[in-house]
Write a protein that binds this ligand. Structure first.
Ligand code: FDA
Length: 389
């Protein structure tokens, strides 16, 4: 069987690419349904883009690589498409756009666009050996027990990263990239909770606080959640992309406040109040009790010397913790790293050395922040490749 374009992966990037790649396009995927990550994303409402999409909200070996695709298919272009399909949406916070209804509306929209463009979709299709000779790619696939050899002028690697293997994530794009001589950057789970020694935050499990979580390279001020395994919540997920094993993270539990000044004022005004009671006005009582196990919070405010106030304030603004690790690909929203952008043309996403071979989406070494940026990269890179074909 012969097609002009074969897209491996019917996820966000693959479907978007299919909608732009023109007729005679076949999309294959081993999953039962297309766009499964879209379906479950954003708690079922899909945070499909971010109003503030900007190149500095992406990580990758080359901080300029993603600029071209993001500029040529922007968040406004995707919003226009969503509006054209009458899909209602709202901004939740920090420019994050979610469907009012179900995320499956986005999947249906992409399928409709791909179908209009003339693309076919084969699901539950296993990808076998892939080769290249005489300017053509040949891919052996198995569908419904039947083996097909598909010849294609263009081969698009759109099978995503390694995150959430339970949902069908595989290293296929990376294996094929290697096969065709592309280099890879180190891959690691990102947008993922931190783990700590068992029971470290057992007394706090379920408690959420606004916090600034950071290190000397980056910090994020958003919600932080204590879990029975460790730390989660947006501020922590964001920070995980900038963290390496063996490093500390520093947590400001009172971002934007001055604990020294607040405690001094409280001491002057109501010295007979317990220190823990005063702190509980700013932090959940369970967290104050937990901190009391590490720093001296006994006595009344009047008992506090300036030096003790400084120590307490230092601990509240610079709580230094060392994660033992992360929850890994099992729960990571994305894979950091991937196909090295040095081998790709940033306008078209085609590999520099092999005509017709493209890589798009999460498989590429471009990773966005939490908040709709990763889908925007999938849309933009998918369109870039689709238009170039
Ligand atoms: P994607 O993973 O979407 O698609 C890859 C496709 O390839 C899948 O359909 C898979 O079945 C198929 N495939 C894989 N291996 C294969 C093989 N060996 N053979 C055949 N097919 C194969 N981002 C965001 O911007 N906003 C959000 O709200 C969220 N929320 C979110 C929640 C959760 C739980 C996760 C795990 C992730 C998110 N993300 C997100 C990230 C976002 O889902 C991700 O960045 C994009 O889906 C990446 O799009 P791709 O098309 O590159 O991969």
């Amino acid at each position: 069987m012969q097609v002009r374009t074969l897209i491996l992966g019917a996820g966000a990037a693959g479907l978007m690419c299919a909608a732009h790649a023109g007729p005679d396009t076949l999309v294959v995927d081993h999953a039962r349904a297309p766009g499964e990550k879209i379906r479950i994303s954003g708690g079922g409402r899909c945070n499909f883009t971010n109003l503030y999409t900007d190149a500095d909200r992406f990580l990758g070996g080359n901080p300029h690589f993603h600029k071209s695709a993001l500029a040529r298919y922007t968040q406004w272009d995707f919003i226009e498409l969503v509006d054209r399909y009458g899909i209602a949406w709202h901004e939740k916070t920090l420019g994050q756009l979610f469907c009012d209804g179900k995320a499956t509306q986005i999947v249906a929209m992409l399928l409709s666009e791909a179908e209009k463009a003339g693309a076919r979709l084969w699901l539950e299709t296993e990808v076998g050996a892939v080769s290249h000779a005489d300017g053509r790619f040949t891919c052996r696939v198995t569908r419904g027990g039947k083996v097909h050899h598909i010849a294609a002028e263009n081969l698009i690697l759109a099978t995503g990263g390694k995150s959430i293997p339970k949902m069908g994530a595989s290293g296929l794009a990376f294996d094929l990239a290697r096969l065709f001589g592309l280099s890879l950057t180190e891959t690691r789970p990102a947008l993922v909770p931190f783990t700590f020694d068992a029971g470290r935050f057992a007394d706090l499990s379920g408690t959420a606080v606004p916090a600034r979580v950071g290190n000397d390279r980056q910090s994020f001020e958003e919600a932080m959640l204590f879990t029975h395994r460790g730390l989660s919540g947006p501020a922590v997920l964001q920070m995980s992309s900038y963290w390496r094993e063996g490093e500390d993270v520093v947590i400001d539990l009172l971002p934007g406040q001055d604990a020294t000044q607040d405690l001094r004022e409280a001491r002057a005004q109501s010295g007979r109040r317990a220190v823990t009671t005063a702190l509980s006005q700013h932090l959940p009582a369970r967290l104050v009790a937990h901190l009391g196990g590490q720093i001296d919070l006994t006595g009344n405010l009047a008992d506090l010397s300036d030096a003790r106030i400084d120590t307490i304030a230092e601990n509240l603004h610079h709580w230094r913790l060392r994660p033992t690790g992360t929850e890994g690909y099992r729960t990571a929203e994305v894979t950091l790293g991937g196909i090295d952008t040095k081998g790709l043309d940033s306008r078209t996403m085609m590999t520099r050395h092999l005509r017709g071979l493209y890589a798009i989406g999460e498989a590429v070494d471009v990773t966005g922040w939490l908040g709709g940026y990763n889908f925007q990269w999938a849309w933009s890179s998918g369109v870039a490749a689709g238009r170039a074909i």
